[in-house]
Ligand binder design. Structure first.
Ligand code: ISE
Length: 341
């Protein structure tokens, strides 16, 4: 039987998820598109052939004809809607972040542990991107030797909002790196410093962070939300015996008038389209089998990303290195990615 999916939030990401469910997820049906803005819900539903539209998220989660939910509404709704899904016994793919507050992430974790089974998969889609998959595999193969450093660059064309700040670069953009670095290196981040150069205008300047890991590695992360030239994400993992670098993802190169060029995507939806499709298919498999996908991120990962971001904001504001002090990982999240042992 086809999995009937409801999408909550019909903005940029909700519309993207709706297209993926409708076109790229065999075995899934786009059942409902929900948005407070009825016209926006209808326009996405019509474009993607959804069966119905709604404006009340809690009502959608409770519907008997909805098997699973994708939450793509504004960030502050992610935690409460994930909890509503847990209460209703529905699996949810929640866009990042789970919450910008680590305390609120803990509340979702408590609800999920009380339910005793996995409900929440978190949308840190980069784990499904082939470049990070290959970096992780290269490290696991032993060919690179012990990991020493991971360098990361995350550049957006421009900020999503005019009043975007350095702190928002850390809480909104950098969590992707916080998550994927933990995932690729397989260790925890333990401290953070954050620095900013000066721009000549009033736009937010890049934020450069240096983090230590529990295994004695160094991680650098540059977040540049106003890079102007294109959406550009780079990473290099340096081991004691070699290094692995992400290539710019471009299907073609144009050689003309004594010059050679490739294209950049305008934002993450193009660059990571394949990763989103893989992630969403893996969510469908989770709904079908009850087995939590091996590489997906969960509420624990959401908590870690938020906690690191909180320490990063403190580091930026104070100019001082900040410790990252996580709680002990609950057994529920440390053990088999299925039901409570
Ligand atoms: C946005 O929310 C994302 O998740 C993108 O992947 C990231 O590149 C961007 O900076 C964020 O604003």
């Amino acid at each position: 039987m086809s999995i009937r999916i409801a999408i909550i939030g019909a903005g940029l990401m909700g519309a993207d998820h709706a297209r993926i469910v409708a076109k790229d997820m065999p075995g899934a049906t786009l059942q409902v598109v929900c948005d407070m803005d009825a016209a926006r819900a209808k326009s996405v539903a019509d474009a993607c052939g959804a069966k119905d539209t709604e404006s009340d998220p809690e009502g959608v989660i409770a519907r008997a004809d909805v098997d699973a939910v994708i939450v793509a509404s504004p960030d502050f709704t992610h935690a409460p809607l994930s909890r509503a899904c847990i209460a209703a016994g529905k699996r949810v793919l929640c866009e990042k972040p789970l919450s910008q507050s680590s305390a609120e992430c803990l509340e979702v974790m408590q609800a999920e542990q009380a339910a005793g089974v996995r409900h929440v998969m978190l949308g840190f889609m980069r784990r499904y991107d082939q470049s990070y998959v290959e970096m992780r595999a290269a490290l696991a193969s032993g060919d690179l030797g012990r990991a020493l450093m991971m360098h990361n660059f995350h550049r957006n064309v421009e900020t999503p909002a005019a009043n975007f700040t350095g702190a928002m670069a850390i809480t909104n953009s950098a969590p992707h790196e916080f998550d994927v670095v933990r995932h690729v290196l397989g260790t925890e981040l333990t401290s953070i410093t954050a620095h900013q150069p000066r721009r000549s205008d009033d736009r937010v300047a890049p934020v450069v962070m240096v983090l230590d890991t529990a295994d004695g590695q160094l991680v650098t992360i540059e977040i540049n939300n106003n890079a102007a030239y294109g959406y550009d994400v780079r990473a290099e993992l340096v081991g004691e015996a070699g290094s692995i670098t992400m290539n710019n993802v471009a299907y073609t190169r144009t050689d003309i008038r004594l010059a050679s060029s490739t294209r950049y995507d305008g934002d993450w939806r193009g660059r990571y389209h394949e990763a989103y499709v893989r992630q969403n298919r893996s969510f469908a498999a989770f709904v079908e089998t009850d087995v939590f996908p091996e590489i997906a991120s969960d509420c624990w990962d959401g908590y870690c990303a938020s906690l690191i971001a909180e320490a990063g904001v403190k580091a930026l504001k104070s100019g001082m290195k900040q410790p990252i002090e996580m709680i002990n990982q609950p057994l529920f999240y440390a053990t088999a990615k299925g039901t409570l042992a």
